[in-house]
Design a protein around this ligand. Sequence first.
Ligand SMILES: NC(=O)c1ccc[n+]([C@@H]2O[C@H](COP(=O)([O-])OP(=O)(O)OC[C@H]3O[C@@H](n4cnc5c(N)ncnc54)[C@H](OP(=O)(O)O)[C@@H]3O)[C@@H](O)[C@H]2O)c1
Length: 252
Amino acid sequence: MKSGNYFDNQTILITGASSGIGLNLAIELSNLGAKLILCGRNQERLDKVKRMCVNHSELIVGDLLEVSTQVKIRESVSRNQISLAILNAGTNDYMDADQFNADRTNNLMIQNYFSMTHCIEAVLPALLKSKGQLALMSSLAAYGGMPRSAAYCASKSAIRALSQSLDLELRGKGVAVTCICPGFVKTPLTDVNTFQMPFLISPDKASSYIISGLRKKYHEIHFPKRFSLGMKLFMSLPSGVIYKVFSKLGMM
Ligand SMILES: NC(=O)c1ccc[n+]([C@@H]2O[C@H](COP(=O)([O-])OP(=O)(O)OC[C@H]3O[C@@H](n4cnc5c(N)ncnc54)[C@H](OP(=O)(O)O)[C@@H]3O)[C@@H](O)[C@H]2O)c1
């Protein structure tokens, strides 16, 4: 199959499609010929995304944590015989460690991780049938602890570990599981950040990294490479060195 038409006529589910990376992926994958099932909570913004997509797209409006949304996803992916599910929805909540709040920490785990596990359960039977692909949105924050991001790092590390475990078993059953680990991408999620974000990239650029990695069914898609490889190396250094660098950068 030519790489140009790899996604032609595939049916792809994208969660968190009403904004940022998910919105951009929807437009790009539609341009490549994919039919889409787009999920998000905000009907107005999802309608706009649908109008921007050149190919057929179906909308599922609702919170991923609600059983009714999970049921709609399960029914839609089986009816539409999806070949790829990109579980991208997520959020962030920065918190100073001396203001540690268990409810906020647990809530981010619910928003990012538990919403994803429910989605995986909903889409997996269809993907096993189609021998498709499951892509889980993690982050470079999964590579280790970062200042003010304990809750976010924990939720994204959990997703990365989940993805690696599932991939070990499911690849042999025909379903490739891919973990997506972006660095900083300019979206409404990061627009609120007041610190300087190293190697910040556009959602367009992020989509092209993700689409290229999905085509190759990589175990992990991480980008931008200079940042992601640097982070992998940096996070493997002794914790005293990591502490000194974060302190020097004024991040704590
Ligand atoms: N931007 C970055 O630098 C960056 C870096 C690494 C990883 N990521 C990850 O990439 C993903 C997308 O982030 P983004 O930057 O594109 O953020 P964004 O613009 O804020 O988009 C987040 C999307 O997730 C949806 N969403 C969140 N919680 C949901 C829930 N409970 N139920 C249904 N939909 C939900 C939102 O839907 P509504 O708006 O309709 O509510 C929205 O479509 C997130 O998982 C994020 O952690 C982002």
